[in-house]
Design a protein around this ligand. Structure first.
Ligand SMILES: *Cc1c(COP(=O)(O)O)cnc(C)c1O
Length: 226
């Protein structure tokens, strides 16, 4: 098992080598032994989508692991991950941002966040559209949130085999990113710094890297089907 995990990780890292793109191992549903093997293979960035699972696993593993919250986050769960979470990829409302700020302050730290954009064709509940992004960045209260930092955008492409469509969706996220970065949107609030685009999963991470992703979130390609 361990040698397979390590081989899969090496394979992916080799593919990503030409790009400035970080591999986040999506460890949801995987055992502590599998996470340990991932750490031994040299990966320090772990992505979980459920708060309870992240909170259970974190104390059982080395302290230098960087925990990424990649799944939808309810405001009432923020407090559990606020002491240690490295990056929250799935911020999709100002209310959630305020809650993260509040809990970060209690822990005397700043929590980096990505704003999740809705880029897929299909019906999903989560993510901001462009207008909602503008509204969030123009919220006059944003500058008062001293304990969060918005560092980029996240998106999930449609669940489809249609590569052309996935590519179009990645390009739309990249375009929005370039626009906010060029126009320095939100930056006068003092807690916005456009650096990261989190896009790409097991089926499409290479395409995502080619289209400008800086972080791919890969699970089943490392560990097998869930
Ligand atoms: C599960 C998950 C992934 C990884 O999915 P795989 O297809 O296993 O690579 C990436 N991003 C999010 C938000 C997820 O929930």
């Amino acid at each position: 098992m361990n040698s397979q995990i390590s081989e899969h990780i090496q394979f992916i890292l080799n593919q990503l080598a030409p790009f400035k793109c970080k591999l986040i191992a999506v460890t949801k549903t995987r055992s502590i032994a599998e996470l340990q093997a991932t750490y031994t293979a040299g990966i320090l960035d772990f992505g979980e989508n459920r708060v309870q699972e992240m909170v259970d696993k974190q104390p059982q593993l080395p302290a230098d692991i960087r925990w990424h919250q990649i799944g939808h986050l309810q405001t009432n769960k923020v407090k559990y991950i606020a002491p240690f979470v490295h990056l929250i990829h799935s911020v999709d409302s100002f209310k959630l941002l305020k809650e993260i700020n509040k809990e970060a302050l209690k822990n005397n730290r700043t929590i980096p966040c990505l704003l999740q954009m809705y880029i897929a064709q299909e019906e999903t509940k989560f993510g901001l559209d462009k207008q909602e992004l503008e509204e969030l960045l123009n919220n006059p209260e944003l500058s008062s949130l001293k304990n969060i930092q918005i560092v980029g955008l996240m998106g999930m492409a449609s669940f489809t085999e249609n590569t052309a469509q996935i590519k179009t969706e990645f390009q739309s996220l990249k375009n929005i990113f370039e626009e906010v970065k060029t126009q320095k949107k939100g930056e006068k609030a003092g807690n916005v710094d456009w650096q990261e685009i989190s896009m790409g999963m097991s089926g499409d991470y290479l395409l995502a890297a080619q289209e400008g992703s800086t972080m791919v979130r890969v699970g089943s390609k490392i560990y097998g089907a869930r």
